[in-house]
Write a protein that binds this ligand. Sequence first.
Ligand code: IMP
Ligand code: MG
Length: 174
Amino acid sequence: MQEELRILITAEDIAKRIKELAKEIEKDFGDEPLVFIGTLKGAFIFLADLVRYIQKEDIFIDFVRVKSYGYSDKSSGEVIITKDIEIPIEGKNVILVEDIIDTGITLDFLKKHLALHKPKTIKICALIDKKERRKVEINPDYVGFRIEKGFLVGFGLDYAERYRHLPQICEVIK
Ligand code: IMP
Ligand code: MG
């Protein structure tokens, strides 16, 4: 069945905002090396765009893959790492890049998990911060867009694995 979608954030607005976030991160870290860790699959497009706007020499990129939602639009409340980081982050500045924060459970878990590797700092950069269903306090350091509620797709975000490829962010109308 095809869902009805409504455009919430255009591709142009997303690009503009990502450039601003990149500049903020650049400014905050000066010449220090940075490790960007993207959460698969949702953050793959966001991370790819974000790092291209950061003008620095020492940028490292890695990914983690976590599962929490499966094929539903509600969190199971359980987070499982299915792919861990592969590059060392001890003593490094880490930027954890997430597509969307909902309950906060995923990032809370990931932050604690990465902290075990003793990085110098861990900052959270989320494209979307969705407040309504927050269960665990998470205060992202860099946020693209804040919304209250709704289920969003596009620009990496999926609904049952569909719509990740859309260049804009849309709300699913049920
Ligand atoms: P949290 O652990 O509840 O914060 O969930 C975070 C993850 O749930 C995100 O990385 C997404 O994969 C997924 N998610 C939460 N809200 C949405 C949404 O509106 N659209 C698509 N995926 C979502
Ligand atoms: Mg995700």
